[in-house]
Design a protein around this ligand. Structure first.
Ligand code: NAP
Length: 504
């Protein structure tokens, strides 16, 4: 997982090294033999200290389907049917007239609000604008913030909906009702809904629209109040129509940054990106932000004539193609093909990662003096332990193959036995995100731009700033994960319980 911090004046980020897989190889499986780890954390910005994590040998993980199933059944703590919520001792509920209600929360005290990075104390009273809250990752983030810092200020959630009522309905159905929030539900008992609706403010909007589609009154309030913006909204379909993917993943972050610049108290803009914005870079890859026009094909000398990527031209190309098309099925396929063709010609694997990379370029080129953190997780999978192991949503990335194999629909598949799984649990992504926010969530500076002033923090270095209590509650040391155990006893049971919902 990469974490880039762009200060108000940085023109580049120091570059620790990393090893990257080529996602085209096979969903999450990696063929690059040089790759040591299933997922990674970055260390200091000086290129030192890359920490190899344990590989999961895919062949040993999945070669014996029977073995996987037997292990599941014989693991009482993590069995799919008996996944138990970890007891939440951050807050206590009492019963009044048979109804659970809330007692004061002690999470902050437990972590020690001022120690280490001061994550909890940073969160207290802060106001957030979060996009993508009906999606997988942002839910895990919202849950963690509300559990660890219930005295956080408002969290505005940008939700696509035709009106305010519809947005509230989506919030209730898709967020509040999610099983992920069971711990909070337990803690708050009868007050759960009122607590959640007091903290979470749904606002209708769309990052593809100018001013992110906000109504004037919401826009004014949020611009006045918000401290941190987190952009988790995306279209994650690898072969989406080019115009659609560009709109959400490239133009969207630009629109949101446009709005961010109007936010008077804004301390940080955090973009959730993906490790695969590195496209077809090979071997050790330097961590650095994208500048407008960067092009992997050119870096790799795949293009003899040093092709330049022009993001505006790409957007115009897509608009023109739509204009000329007749909107039928065949035309939709052409727009998908166009995305893949453009992505590959510039050195990215697919439309998703290409448009996400261009989204980073938009942010970097328009941010002015807005402090920005870019988090680049690899494939995000089920929670490792927080708020309980195995929670996830959706059936994508490596999971369709895992499920087909588990159901016996796929009896085998070719894979490099030395390949590794490049995944990171969702709760660790969230912990790293919150740590990065606390570390870098400082108000805008009025400093004159300086050349090469940058913060080299990355995920590993970030951990060094954390207190022991913070490491316990907000840890993201993927090196400590027993990956085989995680996949077989946490992730696969979680998949069965939360995605298949008990269906065979
Ligand atoms: N999942 C992974 O393995 C992975 C790995 C690395 C990075 N990431 C990044 O992590 C972030 C979150 O991923 P995820 O897995 O949580 O995605 P997800 O489950 O597909 O959720 C996407 C979210 O974005 C929202 N959205 C889409 N278009 C929008 C628009 N025009 N305006 C406002 N909201 C919009 C969706 O809202 P609707 O419900 O209304 O469509 C949904 O809430 C993304 O930025 C993704 O690129 C994901």
């Amino acid at each position: 997982m990469e974490a880039l911090f762009l200060t108000s004046s940085s023109s580049s980020i120091a570059s620790p090294t990393k090893l990257l897989h080529n996602r085209r190889d096979w969903c999450a499986l990696v063929r690059d033999k040089r790759r040591l780890s299933p997922t990674w954390c970055r260390v200091g910005g000086d290129g030192r200290n890359i920490k190899p994590e344990r590989s999961i040998m895919v062949s040993s993980l999945l070669k014996d389907r029977g073995q996987v199933l037997i292990r599941e059944q014989s693991s009482p703590a993590m069995d799919a049917e008996t996944l138990v919520l970890s007891p939440n001792d951050n807050g206590r509920a009492i019963e009044i007239n048979g109804v659970k209600t809330l007692l004061p929360f002690s999470g902050a005290a437990k972590v020690g609000s001022k120690e280490g990075l001061g994550i909890v104390s940073f969160l207290q009273g802060k106001k957030f604008l979060i996009t993508g809250s009906t999606g997988f990752l942002a839910k895990v983030l919202i849950e963690k913030v509300l559990r660890m810092a219930p005295d956080v200020g408002k969290i505005y959630l940008l939700i696509k909906a035709k009106n305010k009522e519809a947005a509230v309905e989506r919030l209730k159905n898709e967020v509040l009702n999610a099983e992920l929030f069971n711990t909070l539900r337990e803690t708050h008992g009868a007050s759960y809904q009122s607590f959640m609706l007091d903290k979470l403010v749904p606002v209708t909007g769309n990052i593809c629209d100018s001013n992110i589609g906000l109504q004037a009154d919401s826009a004014e309030e949020i611009a006045k109040e918000v401290d941190v913006i987190i952009n988790s909204a995306a279209n994650t379909t690898f072969n989406e129509r080019y115009d659609v993917a560009l709109d959400i993943n490239t133009r969207g972050p630009g629109n949101l940054m446009g709005f961010a610049k109007k936010c008077k108290k804004l301390k940080l803009f955090l973009q959730v990106s993906t490790a695969y914005v590195n496209g077809q870079r090979q071997g050790r890859i330097m961590e650095k932000p994208f500048s407008m026009g960067d092009c992997i094909a050119t870096e790799n000398f795949l293009e003899g004539n040093r092709k330049a990527l022009d993001v505006d031209r790409e957007m115009n190309l897509a608009i023109d193609a739509v204009r000329k098309g007749n909107q039928d099925q065949e035309e939709a396929q052409k727009m998908k093909d166009l995305g893949l063709e453009r992505a590959r010609s510039y050195g990215w694997q697919d439309t998703y990662v290409f448009t996400k990379a261009m989204g980073e370029m938009m942010i970097n080129s328009t941010r002015g003096d807005v402090p920005v953190v870019i988090i680049r997780p690899s494939v995000i999978e089920s929670t490792y332990k927080d708020p309980f192991p195995g929670w996830m949503e959706g059936n994508r990335m490596m999971d369709p193959i895992v499920l087909c194999y588990g159901k016996g629909q796929l009896t085998g598949f070719l894979v490099d036995p030395k390949g590794v799984l490049d995944v990171v649990p969702a709760d660790m992504v969230v912990n790293a995100t919150l740590a990065a926010i606390a570390k870098h969530g400082v108000a805008k500076t009025d400093q004159e731009p300086e050349i090469n002033v940058f913060d080299n923090s990355n995920t590993q270095r970030l951990m060094e700033y954390m207190s022991e209590a913070e490491k316990n509650e907000f840890g993201f040391d993927v090196g400590n994960i027993n990956w085989k155990d995680y996949i077989t006893n946490v992730h696969i049971p979680g998949l069965r319980k939360h995605v298949l919902k008990g269906r065979a």
